[in-house]
Design a protein around this ligand. Structure first.
Ligand SMILES: [Fe+2]
Ligand SMILES: [Fe+2]
Length: 230
């Protein structure tokens, strides 16, 4: 195991710190994706409640967006439970038990969310909003703990850059395996980010997926979600 980062000296000083840590960069980006997904869903619920219902042309896309949000969150938590936490435990102090308990609590909320999705078009938006609120209350403080404890600076002191790159790759593979159907998960991941974040997220994704599958072959499948995407 390489304990000191040999590569940092070769990197430009003006690089943002997260770019020097692929693991932390990945963590921050997936948190951003889920946070946006959650915010948009809550905002949309409020809009629908105010308008006394969901327009029929948005109902399918909204369910699809929420169900993909559920899959992506579930997959993110699995990668943390299976890979990130066991790996970090030896090097970084953090309230791992609390984080795992939060994951379990959120898993229950995500199941409830799934149930609510069945009623979306039948005017169950108010109940859905309540479930999303519960999710939101846990999510904010949870990622705050992770982001304060798992910083690029801390990681760099204990895990070498090569090892971080391998870990980031492993995390990428693990999450695409568990994030639900690719035709929905990949566009959800790409288009809940923008600018440099989207660019960085898409960089390691195979060319065929980002240039052909998502924008062309799978487009008709995820198109109903587009009103909620960037
Ligand atoms: Fe987490
Ligand atoms: Fe996380």
């Amino acid at each position: 195991m390489v304990l000191k980062n040999k590569y940092s000296l070769n990197m430009k000083n003006d690089n943002p710190i997260t770019e020097m840590s692929p693991v932390v960069g990945g963590l921050l980006r997936i948190h951003k994706i889920i946070s946006r997904g959650l915010n948009i869903s809550i905002r949309k619920c409020d809009e629908y409640v105010g308008n006394q219902g969901i327009p029929s042309e948005e109902a399918i896309g909204f369910s699809m967006y929420l169900s993909t949000l559920k899959w992506v969150t579930h997959s993110h938590h699995l990668s943390e439970d299976d890979i990130v936490f066991p790996y970090f435990k030896d090097y970084i102090d953090a309230p791992y038990n609390r984080l795992k308990d939060d994951h379990n609590d959120m898993a229950r909320i995500l199941d409830a969310l799934d149930q609510r999705l069945l009623e979306v078009s039948a005017g169950g938006i108010g109940k859905l909003r309540e479930v999303l609120d519960e999710f939101d209350k846990l999510w904010g403080p949870h990622i705050k703990i992770e982001e304060e404890n798992f910083t690029a600076e801390k990681l760099q002191g204990v895990i070498g850059m090569k090892e971080q790159a391998t870990l980031a790759e492993k995390l990428g593979e693990h999450s695409t395996k568990n994030a639900g159907p690719g035709p929905l998960a990949l566009p959800f991941l790409f288009y809940n980010l923008e600018g440099k974040d989207r660019e960085a997220f898409m960089k390691p994704i195979p060319w065929i997926a980002k240039k052909v599958l998502v924008p062309i072959i799978w487009r008709s499948q995820w198109k109903p979600m587009s009103p909620f995407l960037l």
